[in-house]
Design a protein around this ligand. Structure first.
Ligand code: BEZ
Length: 389
């Protein structure tokens, strides 16, 4: 009898020590600091990211890397001037294990600086700031979304193939707009096209009228634009109301029409954009993701929801390898670098600067969908200029 008890105790001890998540249990809850906009022109984008992230976590039974999750949320208002304070509160006051954010490139750059200095794990679920996976890159910084350059470059090549020669660009004057336009020029001008004028207005200004009048007088072959969220909806409506839609084709990076088609209505019909997601990809992963998202949130998902879902998925891949330890950056990064991430957008890998290498789709608005018209750029990688790990 005594031997039997000792034997059972031995089995219990060896089961416990062999459990992959034994370390995870002793570490307690994983504190995730969400720094996303809950107000302002990008508010809906923040909500979709938050939804997508929680959907993935719930599919895993509420745990990542064997640890239950505690969320701490900050509304960053898409305001770069408040970003350093906001992120430092999450890192220093709330002692989060991981930070997730943000939507706005200027806010994300402040987050990347703080993450680099503190060594805290950062996953960027939208903001495309080139610097984050360029000069500011670091072993503990990852992106589940795109760089601003990627959709711009893909559309530059599409516009050149369509035979356009003279293009006017219009966008908000901050990193996302400027870097998207740089990508567009890189793709467009190598084939002999030229951008004859770059029009800008400050973020998040939506007084487009004077600039639309200027476009009419410049008479370009086409217009290329970056706007997103509520600002994108207003731009698409104003462009049509100014009578330009009939005479000057409007192209955009896909944020122009993603998540905003209800607000844009018929004014968006037929617009061509480039992005790493579309509404009818019909791969198995996407089908189950779209069903689950619609059932849970009574909403159709968009690119932002996909990026949130994949941010959680990337965190899970890394933390499974470290048994829930968010400080073991080397093992976390190694696991992600050798993974193919099974995203609703199609599988993607990470570049050496930790940015997705992914297909960029050409999409056309038909009714309430951004319909896939084929791959515009296969496995497109951001150049990652200036990144030294
Ligand atoms: C950005 O600021 O990087 C951004 C914002 C909204 C959509 C896409 C990019």
């Amino acid at each position: 009898m005594r031997y039997k008890n000792i034997f059972n105790l031995g089995i219990a001890i060896s089961l416990l020590t062999c459990s992959p998540f034994i370390g995870a249990q002793s570490q307690g809850k994983l504190k995730i600091g969400f720094m996303l906009p809950a107000t302002g022109t990008y508010a809906a984008l923040g909500t979709a990211i938050d939804n997508g992230f929680r959907l993935y976590v719930n599919e895993q039974g509420g745990k990542i890397g064997g640890r239950e999750i505690e969320y701490v949320r900050v509304d960053d208002e898409s305001d770069p001037s408040k970003a350093a304070d906001n992120v430092n509160k999450l890192i220093k006051r709330d002692n989060v294990d991981v930070i997730v954010g943000s939507v706005h490139s200027g806010v994300a750059m402040a987050m990347a600086k703080a993450a680099k200095e503190s060594g805290t794990l950062l996953i960027v679920p939208n903001a495309g700031a080139v610097a984050v996976t360029g000069p500011m890159c670091a072993p503990n910084i990852f992106r589940s979304s795109f760089s601003n350059w990627q959709p711009g470059f893909a559309m530059g090549e599409v516009a050149a193939k369509k035979g356009h020669k003279k293009i006017v660009t219009i966008t908000w004057k901050y990193a996302a707009g400027e870097e998207t336009m740089k990508g567009f020029k890189d793709g467009f001008e190598k084939s002999g096209g030229s951008v004859i004028k770059d029009l800008t207005l400050p973020f998040p200004n939506v007084e487009f009228q004077a600039l639309l009048t200027e476009i009419a007088s410049l008479k370009p072959d086409a217009v290329f634009t970056f706007f997103a969220g509520a600002g994108a909806a207003k731009f698409v409506k104003d462009y049509a109301a100014a009578g330009l839609k009939k005479s000057i084709p409007l192209y955009g990076s896909g944020f122009l029409t993603d998540g905003v088609l209800d607000a844009e209505g018929v004014d968006a019909e037929g617009i061509l954009t480039t992005l790493h997601y579309a509404d009818n990809l019909n791969n198995k992963r996407d089908q189950s993701f779209r069903l689950a998202y619609a059932k849970t949130f009574k909403l159709q998902p968009d690119v932002y929801a996909v990026q949130g879902y994949d941010a959680a998925q990337m965190l899970a891949i890394g933390l499974s390898a470290t048994q829930g330890d968010a400080k073991n950056i080397t093992t976390f990064a190694q696991a992600l670098m050798k993974s193919k991430i099974d995203s609703p957008r199609g599988t993607f890998t990470l570049s050496s600067s930790h940015n997705p290498v992914q297909d960029i789709y050409l999409r056309k608005v038909i009714g309430k969908e951004n319909v896939n018209e084929g791959v515009a750029s296969k496995a497109l990688a951001d150049p990652g200029l200036g990144c030294k790990m």
